[in-house]
Design a protein around this ligand. Structure first.
Ligand SMILES: Cc1ncc(COP(=O)(O)O)c(C=O)c1O
Length: 342
């Protein structure tokens, strides 16, 4: 009791060690680790919003975040509104007197649309709202939202922080001690704390985070260039390509481009599906950020709960194929894609 470990739902030494690690990496005032990335997002959405409040959420976010906001949060009297957070003027217009939270994800899953984190943090602060950023895709190694003025940083630690397809976990880092306290309160009250074993495995993962991300991102850049030049590929999205519409923003607010990219195969859905069936080195999976290369079809997998109209509005097309580039030999990965593209 004296050490503060009375019950594992409220705190555990191994979980504490991971919370300290992620807090240091993001430069926060305190962190809480959760059973999943969704557990982390829910702790923010339920922990900092009450009935009567309004929340602005990036129009491109992980499908589970969209699902929770529309199907659960909205039932508790919170008004949920999605906004194109890549356009500052639209976000500015979206604020209401009762807006308490701006929730962004950058780069966003799966289109990689970026949000100007400094501009959005300034806007939220001026409106008296908090700015929470889902930083899963770049991790603190490449992007530190708190340094850009954000209040809360969310992670699915399932992804790059673990990196070995071994765990399911999440974390939130707060800029202020009282916010961190609220996050710890949510962890205990909702019963959503990370397990000690997951915390231990995730701590092992963080030891190689920099090396993994640098190599995976270098692989992603080569693959993006290969796809951009391929005659059967109609479109490629990777923040490190000069053709990426927000290339300058990608360079200015992060120190790396990450290892996620997407492309569209000529012909659309049928051709995209065929490609996913033909690849041998890329595993068909919902997960991302692992040492193994993974391939996903967002429309039928990660973003299947959004309506076709919602997806169309934000650019998640039927033929969009998402790649999470791993650590394998890049020549092998390219050869495999080339063979599958036919
Ligand atoms: C950007 C992002 N945030 C949050 C989540 C949810 O994380 P988890 O699957 O660990 O609950 C995901 C999962 O894919 C994600 O990609």
């Amino acid at each position: 009791m004296e050490k503060g470990y009375s019950y594992s739902r409220a705190g555990n030494p191994t979980v504490d060690a991971f919370e300290s690690k992620i807090n240091d990496l993001e430069g926060g005032a305190g962190a809480a680790a959760y059973a999943s990335g969704m557990g982390a997002s829910v702790a923010v959405l339920m922990g900092f919003l009450s009935a009567g409040d309004h929340v602005l959420i990036s129009d491109v976010v992980y499908g589970g975040t969209h699902r929770f906001a529309t199907k659960v949060l909205a039932r508790f009297g919170v008004t949920v509104e999605f906004v194109d957070s890549s356009r500052t003027e639209l976000v500015e217009m979206g604020f209401r007197p009762e807006t308490r939270l701006l929730f962004t994800e950058s780069p966003a899953n799966p289109t990689l649309k970026l949000t100007d984190l400094r501009a959005m943090s300034d806007l939220a602060a001026a409106q008296g709202a908090l700015h929470a950023v889902d930083n899963t895709f770049l991790t603190p190694y490449y992007q530190r939202p708190l340094e850009l003025g954000a209040d809360l940083v969310i992670h699915s630690t399932t992804k790059y922080l673990d990196g070995h397809n071994a765990t399911l976990g999440g974390a939130v880092v707060a800029g202020k001690p009282e916010q961190a306290e609220q996050l710890k309160f949510m962890q205990k009250s909702a019963g959503s704390i990370m397990s000690p074993f997951v915390a231990w495995l995730t701590l092992q993962g963080t030891k190689t985070l920099a090396q993994r991300l640098d190599q995976q991102s270098a692989n992603a850049m080569e693959i993006a260039r290969f796809l951009e030049a391929h005659p059967r590929v109609s479109k490629v999205g990777y923040p490190g390509l000069e053709s990426f519409p927000q290339y300058d923003l990608a360079k200015s607010q992060a120190s790396g481009f990450g290892a996620m990219l997407w492309f569209e195969v000529q012909g659309g859905l049928a051709e995209g599906k065929q490609l996913m069936e033909r690849v041998k080195l890329w595993s068909l999976a919902e997960n991302l950020g692992q040492v193994e290369s993974l391939i996903t079809h967002p429309v039928t997998m990660t973003h299947g709960d959004m309506t076709p109209a919602e997806r169309a509005r934000v650019g998640i097309t039927d033929g969009l194929v998402r790649l999470s580039v791993g650590l394998e030999d890049v020549a092998d990965l390219i050869e495999d894609l080339d063979a599958a593209l036919g």
